[in-house]
Design a protein around this ligand. Structure first.
Ligand SMILES: [Fe+2]
Ligand SMILES: [Fe+2]
Length: 135
């Protein structure tokens, strides 16, 4: 059983964002598997970096579309993204210095943040983008 399982209830109505979210879930699941099977620092760092890269890419895509259609909650949405990136960057730096380890607590933070963000904050743009004809 995967750490996070995608269900239709996660769909935000924008195809490219749904597939981005699936990819992010996949990265977090891969990290979780790596942690359980005791992967070393270099392997874990590689997955973590890939997760951060894809997260940045996805956040930019969301920001661009929100900007394009003058989405009213743009500012608060973007600041949630920034806080998350900052937290993950902080962890990554400590991890690579050997000052922090991968824990279930960190994995739960990643999972809960992503789930809550998709189901709460991202879901808020669903009807807005649908009304603009975005699919
Ligand atoms: Fe978002
Ligand atoms: Fe998102």
């Amino acid at each position: 059983m995967s750490f996070i399982v995608w269900t239709d209830g996660f769909s935000v109505g924008v195809g490219q964002f749904d597939s981005d979210h699936k990819k992010l879930i996949e990265y977090i699941n891969t990290l979780h598997m790596g942690m359980i099977s005791g992967h070393g620092m270099s392997e874990m760092s590689e997955i973590l970096d890939a997760l951060v890269d894809y997260t940045r890419f996805h956040f930019k895509r969301e920001a661009d579309l929100m900007e394009k259609f003058s989405y009213p909650d743009y500012e608060s949405h973007i600041s949630e993204h920034s806080v998350f990136i900052e937290k993950v960057n902080d962890f990554t730096a400590l991890y690579k210095n050997g000052k922090k380890a991968f824990t279930l607590e960190l994995m739960s933070f990643l999972r809960d943040w992503l789930m809550n963000h998709i189901k709460g904050t991202d879901m808020k743009y669903r009807d807005f983008f649908m009304a603009k004809g975005v699919e």
